[in-house]
Ligand binder design. Structure first.
Ligand code: SF4
Length: 210
C-alpha cells in the first residue's frame, strides 16, 4: 500500500500534469492534439527520458506507445525491467512535426521548444527524484548532461548529474527503426545491451534499498 508521502508525490505529479495539459509556452501546442506528459509512479527509481512524442503518442496522449515504444517494451522486457514500475517521459511534451504523408513527419524539437518545455521536465525530476536516469537519444542526454555531451563517444557509460546519481545515455529506439537493414540488428543489439546495463543497476539499487 502507498505511504502518505508517496500519495503526496503522486498528487503533486498529477497537479503538474494538469497544468501542463493547458501549456501554450511554445508554438507546438497549436499543431499538437494534446500534451503528452510523463507516465509512471512518482516513487519510480528509474526515469527514462526520450525526445518528443510521435504520431501515436500525440493521438493517445501517452509517451512511447508507437513503434519506438514497442521496441522499448521489448528492450525493457529483456532487461528485466517492469514498465509499470518506471517513469517514462520526454524532453518536449507536444509533437514536433511537419506536413507530409498521412500522419505528418516527425521532426526534432528546436532549441527554443526544448527550452520552453524545460520547466515541465524539471518538475517531473524534482518530484520523482529518480536514482537512475536513462537518456534515450542525444537530445535527452544533452538536456541532462550538458551541451558538450557526445552520444557517439559517451553512450553506454555511467555518469552522474545534478538530477540523478546514475545516468546512462543510449540511442533513441526510433533511431534503431530508421537504420538500413544491414545495420539495424547491430544498432538494436547496442540499444538492448544499454537497457540491460540500466536493468542491472536498477536491480543492484533495489537490493541495496531492501
Ligand atoms: S511543447 Fe512543452 S512548452 Fe511547448 S506548448 Fe507543449 S508543453 Fe508547452
Amino acid at each position: 500500500m502507498a505511504t502518505e508521502v508517496e500519495r503526496d508525490r503522486d498528487y503533486a505529479l498529477g497537479e503538474v500534469r494538469r497544468q501542463a495539459a493547458g501549456c501554450q509556452n511554445c508554438p507546438l501546442w497549436e499543431i499538437g492534439t494534446q500534451t503528452v506528459f510523463g507516465v509512471g509512479p512518482a516513487s519510480a527509481m528509474l526515469m527514462l527520458i526520450g525526445e518528443a512524442p510521435g504520431y501515436q503518442e500525440d493521438q493517445q496522449g501517452m509517451p512511447f506507445v508507437g513503434p519506438a515504444g514497442r521496441l522499448l517494451d521489448d528492450a525493457l522486457a529483456q532487461a528485466g525491467i517492469d514498465r509499470e514500475d518506471i517513469y517514462v517521459t520526454n524532453t518536449v511534451k507536444h509533437r514536433p512535426w511537419v506536413p507530409g504523408g498521412r500522419q505528418g513527419k516527425n521532426r526534432p524539437p528546436k532549441q527554443n521548444e526544448i527550452n520552453a518545455c524545460r520547466p515541465w521536465l524539471e518538475q517531473e525530476l524534482a518530484i520523482v527524484r529518480p536514482q537512475i536516469v536513462g537518456c534515450l537519444g542525444a537530445i535527452a542526454a544533452k538536456w541532462i548532461l550538458g551541451r558538450d555531451f557526445k552520444l557517439s563517444q559517451q553512450r553506454g557509460r555511467w555518469l552522474s548529474s545534478d538530477v540523478a546519481p546514475h545516468v546512462l545515455a543510449t540511442i533513441h529506439p526510433s533511431y534503431v527503426l530508421i537504420q538500413p537493414s544491414d545495420s539495424r540488428d547491430r544498432c538494436r543489439n547496442t540499444f538492448f545491451a544499454d537497457l540491460r546495463l540500466i536493468g542491472q543497476k536498477l536491480t543492484e539499487l533495489e537490493r541495496r534499498a531492501a
